[in-house]
Ligand binder design. Structure first.
Ligand code: URA
Ligand code: SF4
Length: 181
């Protein structure tokens, strides 16, 4: 069933609705090669209404471009659709309350491959207990198909070359999964 975009864009199920400017739903083609999943909108996204339009997004799509994947081929969204105040990590309650929206999107969009960025997204969608340092690059089967996690691009902006190289290796795996017949 198609997701109710009016209900999502006016959702008040959790308290993030009190401080957000807008619900950042996400966008992309139907049946995309890749669903890119971040944590939550930041300031630029809360203002602009689209996910990953700030500095993290610039880096992310530069790295995906290096393996030949364009933003136009991706459905881009976040596990939590509204910006947490001061970009704090979403609470367990917020993650739980927003989860049905993501589940509906995954059912609706049917991506070939899911790429989760950072600990919050990786734990949320793959159920990993361990941190991203141990779980990145591990291919895990979801109902929608295969997926994997890598570092959040914000971690690469802080962590420099070492994190970038790990992300590049993970994105090579993404590329090979996307190209599977
Ligand atoms: N960081 C995220 O996790 N998501 C965005 O949309 C932007 C920055
Ligand atoms: Fe609704 Fe999710 Fe926004 Fe909370 S974060 S108000 S559950 S859309």
């Amino acid at each position: 069933m198609p997701i109710d975009l009016v209900a999502l864009s006016t959702c008040t199920r959790c308290d993030l609705s009190l401080t957000r400017q807008r619900v950042v739903i996400g966008s992309g083609p139907a049946s995309p090669a890749l669903l890119v999943l971040g944590e939550a909108p930041g300031r630029s996204e809360d203002e602009g209404g689209e996910p990953f339009i700030g500095r993290s997004g610039q880096l992310l799509f530069r790295l995906l471009g290096e393996v030949g994947i364009t933003r136009a081929e991706c459905f881009v969204t976040n596990v939590v659709k509204c910006r947490p105040p001061n970009n704090r990590t979403p609470s367990a309650h917020e993650l739980e309350t927003c989860r049905p929206w993501l589940r509906a999107q995954l059912d609706d969009v049917r991506p070939r491959v899911v790429l989760a960025l950072g600990n919050t997204a990786a734990r949320s969608v793959f159920g990993y207990q361990q941190g991203i340092g141990l779980t990145h690059g591990r291919v895990t089967q979801l109902d929608s198909g295969p997926g994997l996690a890598t570092y959040h691009p914000a971690a690469a902006l802080r962590g420099g070359a070492a994190v970038l190289e790990l992300m590049r290796a993970d994105l090579q795996i993404v590329k090979s999964l996307v190209e599977l017949p």
